[in-house]
Design a protein around this ligand. Structure first.
Ligand SMILES: *Cc1c(COP(=O)(O)O)cnc(C)c1O
Length: 380
């Protein structure tokens, strides 16, 4: 390792896992004038900002239509609804993901069926999907976890073979690509989250569904607005899941910076790799050759994680575990009868993963400190 001499940690500022304030300060005037414009217009719901953002995101990922919704969770629920997922339907998804991936299925009365992950990529293992297919299986939700694209070629061919719908959970992966094509454009629908900590995050909740099907887009536009097909005329049960104009205006400002921020995340991942890859026992995040990772998280595997995390905290360095309890072992799905050992790679990852601070504004000196602290923790 080529590390600079260390400084006394007690005199140093804490390093957070994500520094949203630093990002805000770099675009403060743009954000303020975007908000101001909406305030002056007094048009807050389903106006030009949402429409423009929908077009811009659809163009950004090279798809046909975008529909702004209230959150990433609602994007998944609405996407599943337009695929007519309901009671009795099974949907294949990873267990190693945020709970929303699965509970969008169960909220509609469907049954999430959990498939183990590929230990090298943390995404759903295509070689284990087919054995989980039953006559009731209707769809697959691949999750592009941490910003790394799932292995879409085999996933799509299994889906075609068994006539399954594919809904991509892109909440952590806006801009990530697989064989040169952006995620969200492989399946029937792609779901994005604008939760503040995501790579493209608003100042509140928000989400979007993208699709190349005009019919599906129209149905989601209706469902997000109480199922109305025109004003005060309702065809099917929907609810209020609209994205608001202020969020859309803020997101449009941030979208202009997204590629630059993604490039900065990638540079920091490369730098971390160089700083950390000589530490025996530590595994840096693998990057699949077919994919372009956007490093929503920089996630390493460490044995004795609790120990490492404590020593990092002592050195003023925050770290996080996404996610400590796999979904198949969560109390909510107890009645499904899963037991520890059912998804060994998922359970192993849940015990070993540790996400380090990564964001576009993270400095070289901060990365050096993180690397020092990890090297120390591994020695002790
Ligand atoms: C954040 C996230 C969601 C949910 O998005 P919200 O906007 O918080 O509702 C869904 N899936 C994954 C993988 C996520 O990381």
């Amino acid at each position: 390792m080529t590390l600079h001499p260390r400084s006394n940690p007690s005199t140093l500022e804490a390093i957070p896992v994500l520094d949203l304030k630093a990002q805000y300060l770099s675009i403060r005037e743009e954000i303020k004038s975007a908000i101001e414009k909406v305030l002056e217009s007094q048009h807050f719901i389903l106006g030009p900002e949402v429409e423009n953002l929908e077009r811009e995101i659809a163009a950004y990922v090279d798809s046909g239509f975008g529909v702004g919704v209230a959150s990433g969770t609602d994007a998944l629920i609405l996407a599943l609804r337009t695929c007519d997922i309901g009671p009795g339907d099974e949907v294949l998804c990873p267990s190693f993901t945020f709970i929303a991936t699965a509970d969008a299925v169960s909220l509609l009365g469907g049954k999430p069926v959990f498939v183990d992950i590929d230990p090298k990529t943390f995404t759903i293992d295509p070689s284990k999907i087919e054995r989980a297919v039953s006559p009731r299986t209707k769809a697959i939700i691949p999750v592009h976890l941490y910003g790394q694209p799932a292995d879409m070629d085999p996933i799509m061919s299994i889906a075609r073979k068994h006539s399954l719908r594919v809904i991509e959970d892109c909440a952590q992966a806006i801009g990530a690509a697989y064989r040169g094509r952006k995620v969200g454009t492989f399946g029937d629908l792609g779901c994005f989250s604008f939760f503040p900590s995501k790579n493209l995050g608003g100042c509140g909740d928000g989400g979007m569904v993208i699709t190349t099907s005009e019919a599906l887009a129209k149905r989601i536009q209706s469902l997000r607005n109480h199922g109305a097909v025109k004003k005060y005329f309702t065809e099917e049960q929907g609810w209020n899941s609209r994205l608001d104009e202020i969020q859309a205006a803020i997101l449009r400002v941030k979208l202009r910076h997204l590629d630059k921020w993604t490039a900065a995340r990638r540079e920091r991942a490369v730098r971390y790799d160089a700083l950390l890859n000589k530490i025996p026992g530590l595994e840096t995040p693998p990057v699949i050759p077919t994919g372009a990772h956007v490093f929503h998280q920089y996630t390493i595997r460490v044995p004795k994680r609790a120990h490492v995390q404590t020593l990092l905290a002592d050195a003023g360095i925050a770290s996080a575990v996404y996610y400590p309890t796999p979904i198949h072992l969560q109390p909510i799905y107890r009645s499904f009868g899963y037991e520890p050992g059912d998804l060994p790679e998922t359970e192993k990852a849940a015990n070993e993963v540790l996400s380090l601070p990564i964001y576009p504004e993270l400095t070289e000196a901060q990365m050096q400190r993180v690397a020092h602290a990890i090297a120390d923790a591994f020695r002790s």
